[in-house]
Design a protein around this ligand. Sequence first.
Ligand code: N01
Length: 540
Amino acid sequence: MAVSSERPSGDGQLIDALIVGAGFAGMYMLHKLRGLGFNAKGVEAGSGVGGTWYWNRYPGARVDIQSLEYSFGFDEDLEKEWRWSERYAPQPELLNYAEHVADRFDLKRDIRFNTRVTAAHWDEAAQVWKVATDPGEALRCRHLILATGCLSVPTDVTFPGLDTFQGDIYRTSRWPHEGVDFSGRRVGIIGTGSSAIQSIPIIAEQAEHLTVFQRTPNYSMPAHNGPIPEAELEAWAKDPRAYRAASRDTVGGFQNEASEAMATLTAPEEVRAELERRWAWGGFRILGAFADTAVDPDANRIVQDFIAEKIRGQVADPAVADLLTPKDHPFGTKRPCVDTGYYATFNRPNVELVNLRAEPLVGFNAQGIETSKKAYAFDAVVLATGFDAMTGAIDRIDLRGVGGRRIKDHWAEGPRTYLGLMVAGFPNMFTITGPGSPSVLTNMINSIEQHVDWIADCLVALKQRQQTSIEASPEAEAAWCRHSTEAVTPTMLPQANSWYMGANVPGKPRMFMPYAGGLNTYTEICNQVAAKGYEGFIIR
Ligand code: N01
């Protein structure tokens, strides 16, 4: 998609807020602002609501936070009427939920679909944002709210000769709406992140043969997916408010039985029993087992060794098990994956693992993929190659703030924000789960609700004071960046070449982008800032 560099004409009707994106963040923001009497509208590049769950329709796609927690809590009736079928809902069900929310709150009438924002320029004299879209519309808004998602823009990764390949190419993040039938086909997949780890077991069941091209293995825990356990449903139904409050009052925005115990100070047999218990529970529960695994390499090594053993226990061929075992990053420094049958899939006779470290990928030809050692023929290739995370969707918009300063220039050394909510020099522009907020380190729905509520309160406060603009001060932004660095420095998070660090996009500045201080701490800070009259913001 070409990015317009033309100045948006801005002759459209002035609205209070334009919300870019109609995923969960954009939908709730629209609902909230309309309910408060603001004239708010949404624009969405896709043809429907749902964001992540609209685009990522690959086989096996499902949420990795339990659905009871990964769902809106802002409306009790909505909460009561919706029933999740499984612990970790699959993509079609999540998309149905998004549709249900949109219909229930009549959101679609205020969203322009198939509309991509290409440029937004701040007009200082008029104190409005002038916005251009790809159908060529000119919009004007007082507040621009970017609900554009953290993992919404695929990386531009390409391979020599890709367009000479005669078979089909699919991207997990742009999956055809009608689905894909791989029956009887020879399929290759590039990548072994979450998207690949979820889709590989399903594709392997269908395809005649599946070749997995792995550059770097990832840690993956079993989902043990299935119906939601009765005990969990009971705990939920007894007091959904308390359940949600408990989720929000955590580092990650989801219940994890986070322990204060130190692995290095606990008897090995107790450590083992605790890790086994959490592995059997499934998903991210193991992340909360010991308080020192995120900061102490020795403690982390204990969990690494435990997972390596689990991989060996699932994969029949020791050489394949070894290849699937991560060795280049501490556990938890890249987002761990949650799978259903991933490792065991490599025991199938129709599945082959290619180690791209030993035989680098050279490119595509008409028949398939060539590595330095061999040519592989395919009918279809799946690219599960990841996203330009956190900043990709924002800096693809020609965004210009005060004095025409471009966001790309402001972020040349990495994204700088105040609270992950606003950017100095970009008045009246909010980001929902933007860089500098806990976002991708948390249950996104809880982070989204916290951001939307905070932004809505802020706009109400401005309205009451009859003020028209709010902007992060450069000093507050700089202080937040320092605080964010301080929050992540004691951890091992910056040690991995992760998308958290921008390491998966050539040329992207290396900086740990999400706020690592925890959702509970972060929420407290945001509340204090608001209580102190929006400390650190310039309000006019
Ligand atoms: O992307 P990724 P993803 N040649 O960046 C490989 C969320 N998510 O879409 O690591 C060869 O993790 C790359 O290899 P390497 C979740 O937060 C959630 O899978 O760069 N390989 C890597 O293996 C997740 O973390 C859910 O060496 C190349 C893979 O492609 C995030 O989205 C489900 C390559 C990309 O993995 C991203 O996950 C899915 C090249 N040129 C996603 N370029 C759930 O809720 C890249 N790779 C469960």
